[in-house]
Design a binder for this molecule. Structure first.
Ligand code: PHE
Length: 456
């Protein structure tokens, strides 16, 4: 009987640990892997960017993710409450949570637009109008979509309403479960696309671009971009992971779970890269096309595949699903804030959030049409929101989380929490993590940010 009980509790813990891994992955995996990673790798020089991005992920991303989850689990509350409760009297660490709310808004303003393009491409995939290997036609099809104000705004609103409905009806958890079940299919489909892409004539050039680094291409701005992507990818530096951590069981191995999330996330990004870059070179597309890269390259791969029609539709459906998972976690940040700090009902909070994103997101959605010529700091609204969230808010939040964990929360509690109070023997690993969190990660983030602000 005793044996039976022990076995039972182990299985329960396992199921729930897997559930937390899945939920965390559901927030991390999204347009960042499939759209942003290839686009940024293309515009920032390829393999050398990938190299810096990997370094940022290991040295800054993983430690920050682990700290966030750990802090959330310690207090079992949302980001703002967590930080307020752990702060010594009079220290305003809750500001990290506020900066997170701002970051989530900024991200949603352009993320919903890109998700809108993905939804639009499902329908264009069905009609077959996008399946072409001709760069001119492919670019024109995409340009038609983004330069039409009605379509841009329409698709963005469609996405915002779609996500709001999921949240209002309280079915986010259900959707998350569906999302995570579909992820293996996305993974397999990416493998199929990679197979086709790699067998195109001239594919080696794409692999070379992605994997053979030319370190002379690394510059301050490449490092800034790579670090921003590391934050964006892992949904860190804005409190999202603290909220997820608050649902973690006390028995869950946080460093191990976070490492698995990071590896799985990287794998999906790399597959997206291997699916896209060989085709870019094979068909003579422009590697530095930026945000349009995915939308002009992937249809070309499908156009040269048997049943390409069907695969294209499936691909955009699965990408839309992954994007929805990420958006649900993004919405959660302002919604939770409005509910708790402003005492709104969940419905009112969701509606307020949705309306604000429609309002603030419109200038981003119109960046290729009506607001094309409006530049702030030399960027259109779309790029501005992206820049402010990934390169300002999230790194600043990450920096504060490092300082908080390393210098306020302290080593003893850090070690106790991450070893589940001595139950996991991971002292050496945790020592290294703490050293990274206390000195290395904050210093790196600070230098990159000061360089951006032209302090040097
Ligand atoms: N990580 C998500 C992606 O790559 C985006 C995201 C950022 C989600 C921040 C939540 C918080 O698509």
């Amino acid at each position: 009987d005793k044996h039976h009980k022990a076995g039972h509790s182990v299985r329960d813990a396992f199921t729930s640990n897997l559930g937390m891994l899945a939920a965390t992955l559901g927030s991390a995996v999204g347009l960042g892997n499939i759209w942003k990673f290839p686009s940024m790798t293309g515009t920032n020089g390829g393999a050398s960017f990938l190299f810096v991005y990997l370094a940022c992920t290991v040295v800054v991303g993983l430690p920050v993710m682990i700290s966030e989850i750990m802090l959330g689990r310690t207090v079992k509350a949302n980001a703002i409450t967590t930080l307020r409760k752990l702060s010594p009297k009079g220290q305003p660490w809750g500001i990290v949570g506020i900066s997170g709310v701002v970051a989530a808004f900024l991200i949603l303003c352009f993320y919903t637009e890109v998700a809108g393009w993905v939804f639009a491409y499902i329908f264009k995939g069905i009609s077959g109008s996008i399946l072409t290997t001709d760069p001119t036609i492919a670019s024109a099809a995409f340009a038609d979509l983004i330069s039409d104000p009605v379509q841009s705004i329409g698709w963005q609103w469609f996405v915002i309403i779609f996500v709001s409905i999921i949240i209002t009806f309280g079915i986010s958890k259900g959707i998350e479960k569906v999302t995570i079940k579909l992820m293996p299919i996305l993974f397999l489909l990416l493998l199929v696309i990679c197979g086709r892409s790699l067998t195109l004539p001239g594919a080696e050039k794409g692999l070379e671009f992605l994997f053979a680094p030319d370190f002379s291409k690394i510059s301050g701005s490449v490092i800034l971009m790579a670090m921003g992507l590391a934050f964006f990818k892992l949904s860190i530096g804005m409190g999202t992971m603290m909220t997820y951590g608050s649902y973690f069981k006390n028995s869950q191995n946080i460093p191990l779970t976070a490492t698995r999330v990071v590896l799985a996330d990287l794998l999906i990004s790399l597959l997206a890269g291997i699916a896209i870059f060989p085709a870019v070179f094979a068909y003579g597309f422009d590697v530095s096309a930026g945000p349009s890269l995915l939308f002009i390259t992937i249809p070309a791969v499908f156009a040269s595949m048997p049943m390409g029609h069907l695969f294209a539709v499936l691909f955009f459906v699965l990408t839309a699903v992954a994007a929805t998972g990420a958006m649900l976690s993004l919405f959660e940040v302002p919604v939770a804030y409005l509910c708790e700090a402003r005492q709104m009902s969940r419905k009112a909070a969701t509606l307020t959030t949705a309306l604000l994103i429609m309002l603030l997101g419109a200038p981003a959605a119109l960046s290729s049409s009506l607001t094309k010529d409006v530049k702030v700091f030399g960027m259109n609204f779309f790029d501005l929101f992206d820049f402010l969230s990934s390169n300002l808010c999230m790194p600043a939040g990450g920096l504060l989380i490092c300082i908080f964990t390393g210098w306020v929360f302290g080593k003893d509690r850090f070690k106790a929490e991450l070893s589940n109070h001595g139950l996991i023997k991971n002292e050496k690993v945790v020592d290294v993590l703490f050293f990274l969190i206390k000195y290395v990660s904050p210093l790196l983030v600070a230098i990159v940010m000061m360089n951006m602000l032209k302090v040097f």
